[in-house]
Design a protein around this ligand. Structure first.
Ligand code: GUN
Ligand code: FE
Length: 449
């Protein structure tokens, strides 16, 4: 047995973990972890019992203090690693112009492998610092450049799905590949990622969107996804002009989803970002096929794309996770995505009568177990359950130098409410300063304590 496999740790303190959209559990207790996997979860009373027996001999003990929380790591279901150098810049244009003017020119630079390596080192560390233990990444068009991203992820031990972006339709930046080269590169990319033999990183087939991919490419990508049993990710129905364009280019299709569906892109391993303007037929199609949605409220607002009706998608049995969508989104943290999800949801309740708005408990679910389900990783991560792998954050709510002050006033001294108030404050006010430790598959990947 290797050194890594023998690690046994028990975490004791306040634990918060969702088991469903409307089921948040916050309690004082313990989680024990062996070989990166959760072996037991229980109350404080149960902990005291096993602590007095010798059941925990050989375990390292991590005792949380009263204002700390143990929560599952955050899942970012949609972000663009190569776009980070543009974060917070160039958000003055709508989607299609923004892509041509800012995004494709930047992504073209990743033909330079050294440039790619430097940027991706920063990106992966930034996300881990923000508590993103799992990310579903779009890379760039480049095979070698995107392999650099995979190597950084492996180096820093993040869990990830990574896609080499596919495009074969000409654009002003000349940022596309010929179909044959594209399909070959995607297959090579998948084989190389599989060849790294990482149990944390998997390839994902990534047609950029229907504007940049023709039918031959989409069908070829679908075949590759089937051959290697890969997930597929793309964008859908983000912006009204985009939808109009896709429908005019595909006159035989009644809606955007049909363009993907007739090219075999939609299935239960498919993650679609945005999905703002889906009609009723598309919503049923997504539910029937098991397509999940990555909700990206920051970019939907910043690029003035629209307000995604997440409550409606959830009510219609569509699996939803959260995405930061950098650099259409201006923030790389899922905490921000949670807050903006609540804001957009409140605006829809106020303006469109599409309530009830999602509350902080529900967005916590979307940021953890919901995201894991959207990426089809919920057999491994997203909550603290026996048999799952331990991806977790230790959150220090009133950390020194942080944004959240503690006051000598409490509206309610009830213990359960106090524990919930810690999580509530972190969700509304927290940032990376409150994330003191980050674990992926049982191993500490960052220690800021
Ligand atoms: N649609 C196609 N490509 C992109 C992208 O890079 N960002 C966003 N937000 N939407 C897209
Ligand atoms: Fe995107």
């Amino acid at each position: 047995m290797s050194q890594e496999q023998q690690e046994k740790v028990v975490f004791v303190g306040t634990i918060a973990s969702s088991s469903a959209l409307d089921q948040l559990n916050v309690f004082k207790g313990f989680v024990s972890v062996e070989n990166g996997k959760i072996t037991k979860v229980g109350s404080m009373a149960e902990y005291n019992l096993i602590a007095t027996s010798n059941e925990l001999s050989g375990y390292e003990k991590v005792m949380l203090h009263g204002n700390q929380l143990l929560i599952p790591g955050f899942v970012d279901c949609h972000t663009h690693a190569p776009q980070f150098p543009n974060i917070g810049l160039g958000l003055d244009r709508p989607l299609l112009e923004w892509l041509d003017k800012y995004t494709f020119p930047l992504e073209s630079k990743y033909v330079d492998v050294n440039f790619a390596k430097k940027i991706y080192e920063q990106v992966v560390q930034r996300l881990i610092k923000n508590g993103t233990t799992t990310a579903c990444y779009f890379g760039s068009l480049h095979l070698e450049g995107t392999l650099q991203l995979v190597e950084c992820i492996i180096k820093y031990r993040q869990r990830a799905l990574v896609g080499k972006v596919s495009m074969n339709v000409k654009n002003d930046a000349n940022y596309y590949n010929k179909t044959e080269k594209e399909l070959n590169d995607v297959e090579t990319f998948i084989q190389k990622v599989i060849g790294y033999k990482s149990n944390l990183v998997a390839p994902v087939v990534t047609p950029r969107f229907a504007v940049s991919c023709d039918e031959t490419l989409m069908r070829g990508l679908s075949e590759i996804a089937n051959k290697y049993d890969c997930r597929i990710q793309s964008h859908i129905s983000e912006n009204r002009k985009e939808v109009e364009y896709v429908l005019s280019a595909n006159p035989g299709c009644r809606n955007y989803s049909e363009v993907y569906d007739k090219n075999y892109i939609l299935n239960s391993k498919c993650i679609m970002a945005h999905a703002i303007y889906l009609d009723e037929d598309e919503i049923s199609l997504f539910a029937t096929k098991g397509v999940s949605v990555a909700h990206c409220p920051a970019s939907n607002t910043r690029l003035r794309s629209g307000l995604c009706p997440v409550r409606k998608l959830l009510n219609n049995h569509i699996t939803v996770g959260l995405g930061t969508d950098v650099s259409g989104g201006d923030s790389a943290t899922i905490l921000d995505a949670m807050r903006r999800t609540m804001d957009v949801s409140i605006h829809l309740e106020l303006l469109e009568n599409m309530g009830p708005a999602l509350n902080f408990k529900e967005v916590f679910y979307l940021a953890t177990l919901g995201g894991a389900k959207a990426l089809r990783l919920d057999d491994k991560i997203g909550s603290f359950e026996i048999g799952k792998e331990f991806d977790a954050l230790i959150v220090d709510v009133y950390t020194k130098g942080g944004q959240i002050d503690q006051y000598e006033y409490s509206i309610d001294k009830n213990e359960e409410h106090y524990l919930l108030s810690l999580l509530q404050r972190f969700i509304y006010l927290g940032d990376d300063r409150n994330i003191s430790q980050v674990y992926v598959k049982g191993k500490k990947v960052k220690d800021f304590s």
